[in-house]
Design a protein around this ligand. Sequence first.
Ligand code: GDP
Length: 494
Amino acid sequence: TYTMRTTTTHEHDKLHGGLLVEGFDEESCHSRYQSAMYRRNPGRQPSKYLISKLRRHEALQRRCGPGTVAYSDALEQLKSGKNATSTSSPECKYLVSLSYRGLGNRILAAASAFLYALLTDRVLLVDPSNEMDVLFCEPFPNTTWLLPPGFPLNIRSLYAPAPERYGKMRENGALRTDIAAATNGVDLPAAFAYIHLDFDHSEQDQLFFCNDDQRLLLSNFQWLVMRTDSYIVPGLFLVDTFQEELDMMFPERDTVFHHLGRYLFHPTNYVWGLVTRYYRAHMAWAQRRVGIQVRVFSWEPNSPELLERITRCTQEEGMLPRVVGNEEESPAVTTAATTTTTGRGGGVKSSAVLVTSLKAWYSEQMKVMYWENATEGGEVVMVSQPSHEEEQQSGIKSHEVKAWAEIYLLSLTDMLVTTGKSTFGYVAQGLAGVRPWVLLNNNQAASRPCSRDMSVEPCFHIAPVYDCKRRGDAGKVVPHVRRCEDVPTGLKLV
Ligand code: GDP
């Protein structure tokens, strides 16, 4: 296998400033300790507090995770159908995170569940379905984050009608925040609570983001099962009881996904092979790497307007050179050829453009444009696209591995252009630590083809509408949680 200058890589780079721990078997997951070598932008530094919190959480996952006595005891409680917390106060509490919809959605949901688990000292167990078990390496040392087979609940069937749904138990009065059931010996209605934060959640489901409800969940439920396909993190920043802890963990608030994503999501060896082979062939040699995510749907016709927006955005914002016509040969052509082979030609830049899309048309058009036309300054532009799957699928290994490799490759670029609203693009920008230029849609694009995102953080699409206390706008409660530009009802950290 190919190794990249391992000896010159400093330990702190390899561990992302202490985010990761030594001691994992390197062979079982090459990406974990190699990824830093592929990143030109080393990323932001995690706080000491976050690092210590992660180490304590890893210990919790080992102490309480699958295979331990505590885990078997907790499963017995769940099987009994009774709630344990009214009689005892268990040392280990659990959060099961369901995995569904597209890969970007699943990554954002797992990262959100992890932050909630960190804040509430719950063991995180991730539903292994939809290839979650084959795409990612184990993030926690000497234990597993995957929910083992034989779990007593049929979790995948949990949806809005479930009687254990938290919002429903609040709505019908089975749970009340003014009576703490556990301390009053009141029988709890369910052995676990099912948190439903899908697009059709109710106002009562949104109470999850309120202080009193968090207290109720903490003292009354050993088991929680969460269904969301969203990045609920900005909602957690609205909960008073979490604020101090979050401030200490993330003094730079716009780095939450950046750090948690780099901590949790390491491509497995098969995916890493796809990433590194592509990177070396199409990106490593370039002086500048530009990632362009063109999120289109199979039923949409190819759009010359969108192509025009991409071209204008990359050229007007200085990411790629302008084309200057095809009449004569650019005087810099010979120098450019030297540049690409030696990497140090007389000031002429080389750019690798990585396009990801379900369709091939956009990158083909760009390729033709940069072949048929000379560029300003003779800059060499090489456009490539790893795959064009045409149809969106999920749960199919050969499709999912490409999607993950492409998200990861986008995150290795120096500049990013993304399609608004897309969780696929959010994950790439977060892992990269790069604020993307977001392509504006037809209605928004009066004159500008794209606008720079206000932070690298993903947008929480189905965010709570109200502030819990005052029924004011949830986008105005704290200054660092704002409405998103691409999804005006969403919330994001800045
Ligand atoms: P979102 O729908 O844009 O928020 O992103 P998701 O990742 O959640 O879902 C879209 C899914 O469609 C991806 O997970 C892939 O399965 C597929 N897909 C969309 N765009 C691409 C692409 O550029 N490349 C590949 N390989 N798959 C894509």
